[in-house]
Design a protein around this ligand. Structure first.
Ligand code: GLU
Length: 490
């Protein structure tokens, strides 16, 4: 049997990181089992399912490199098939037309709540027997709805509008073995005669999901545990149609750093926000994978290993908490490993970098292999290369001014003469020249290093001076130094 998994997002305007993790788990499960991963856009909410909202899902998945193995399915286009199955369920006695109006349902609920309040009053006045009677009436009215039309009752007016409901199982339990939650189940009395087709003939989410999963041949569903209650209601539909259930794994939802369920309050809910912050897709995938799945103590799990190792047995029962420090440290690993040209391309796409001159870009390119180990995101990479941009004349401010005393600048002037004579403008030669200068002048590095650094970078974070000089290139480096020396002679 070919393993088939799916990701079935409802378009909301972005690919939620929880959704991205669900997609990743399903994709990995399919890859790990030589199976197929399918994408189904659950676009039956026509107002929310705009073209942009659907595109945001495609873009998010594409960025993460999670590619479906077939063309995406669109749930709304399958409405006729959903209605066809509902018709079969009516014919085989597992669904029925229900003429109860919305007003009647609301009145039933209101009456139930009123009785519950009355029961509380009865307790206060000491009438226990009356309270018990009212409570049981309230429970019956507020229980999952079982329609009077389920047993063949006919409406007064056969032309009245109706919905089609599932005839929920009468007794027993709905049970299954979940790959994460273990043996779970509910008494069937907790399952309502749920609506399959609305009064306007549109299929509901419950019927659409079951029919689609069945028709797509889905064998394994991995989804958030917020869907567990839906699963109890969907299983009777499978049973009514005599279809095999897929295997289920209901994973705990991601929590925010404060341990509460992830919400807008926590910010950055969509994967595009992480892309914009400069995370790499492989860093994001690795982090999301670990947020709910484990393989021993491994933290860095490249994709080939993830595919080799992934299984539902590694999925945890406790909700993962977003931890931005961890996310950064995982990403830093992938930045350090990434190809220099790729990092440059990603950096040059960003605001403030796209317009750089070719000279600035080539300085950054030459520095990339040494700089990339100092940044956790592309954004941080941007901060790390600031000193390579055209900054002249550099304004020396604050603490650094102390490094620019008359004496210090005289030393810098002497060193510069030696730099000018150098034929080899490379880190090793430049570093050796600085050391020789210190030896000849009988001074420590502290007497020249900070002044040179201030003149070259204005105090921006930067690696060793030899490297800084090399990347800036002879002309730019000597000009930056000259700017500072000229200030004194002015
Ligand atoms: N469309 C549902 C959602 O976005 C998921 C349905 C499912 O996975 O069964 O939450």
């Amino acid at each position: 049997m070919t393993v088939i998994t799916r990701f079935a997002p409802s378009p909301t305007g972005y690919l939620h990181i929880g959704g991205a993790r669900t997609a990743l788990f399903n994709w990995l499960y399919a890859k790990a089992n030589d199976g197929k991963f399918l994408l189904r856009i659950e676009d039956t909410d026509r107002e929310r399912s705009t073209e942009d909202a659907v595109q945001a899902i495609f873009d998010g998945l594409n960025w993460l490199g999670i590619k479906p193995d077939d063309e995406p399915y669109f749930q709304f286009q399958r409405a006729d098939r959903h209605r066809e199955v509902v018709q079969q369920m009516i014919e085989n006695g597992h669904a029925f037309k229900c003429y109860t109006t919305q007003e009647e349902l609301t009145a039933r609920r209101d009456e139930g709540e009123a009785k519950r309040r009355e029961a509380k009053e009865a307790i206060k006045s000491g009438d226990e027997a009356r309270a018990a009677e009212l409570r049981s009436e309230a429970d019956a009215l507020l229980a999952p709805y079982r329609s009077p039309y389920r047993d063949g009752k006919q409406p007064n007016d056969p032309g009245s509008p109706y919905v089609v409901r599932l005839k929920a199982p009468d007794d027993g339990r709905v049970e299954f073995n979940d790959d994460v939650q273990g043996d779970v189940g509910v008494d069937t009395k907790n399952i309502d005669d749920l609506v399959l087709l609305r009064a306007d003939g549109t299929p509901t989410y419950m019927i659409a999901v079951v029919v689609d999963d069945h028709d797509m041949g889905v064998t394994q569903v991995i989804r958030g545990d917020d869907h567990l209650a839906n699963t109890y209601r969907q299983i009777p539909i499978y049973q009514a149609m005599g279809w095999n259930l897929p295997k289920y794994a209901h994973v705990p939802l991601i929590h925010g750093p404060d341990g509460k369920k992830l919400s807008k309050r926590h910010g950055a809910l969509g994967v595009e926000a992480y892309r914009d912050m400069g995370y790499l897709p492989e860093g994001m995938n690795n982090y999301l994978l670990r947020l709910g799945w484990s393989h021993g103590d491994d933290e860095i799990i490249p994709q080939d290993k993830a595919i080799e190792w992934f299984g539902t047995d590694g999925l945890g029962k406790a909700p993962g908490r977003l931890d931005f420090d961890k996310m950064k440290s995982v990403n830093a690993h992938y930045i350090a490993q990434a190809d220099d040209d790729r990092l440059c391309d990603l950096l040059f796409e960003r605001d403030g970098f796209a317009q750089l001159s070719n000279v600035e870009k080539s300085r950054i390119r030459s520095a990339m292999s040494d700089i990339k180990g100092r940044a956790a995101t592309i954004e941080e990479l941007g901060n790390q290369v600031q000193f390579l941009l055209d900054l002249r004349p550099i304004e020396i401010t604050g603490k650094l001014k102390k490094k620019m005393s008359q004496d210090a600048l005289e030393r810098l002037s002497k060193l510069t003469i030696r730099f000018k004579d150098l034929s080899n403008w490379e880190n090793s030669a430049l570093t050796a020249e600085i050391s020789n200068f210190c030896a000849d002048e009988e001074i420590g590095m502290g007497m020249i290093g900070p002044t040179l650094r201030a003149a070259l970078t204005g105090g921006a974070p930067a690696p060793d001076l030899g490297l800084v000089l090399e990347w800036l290139g002879r002309d730019e480096a000597l000009s930056r130094i000259k700017d500072q020396l000229d200030k004194v002679s002015d």
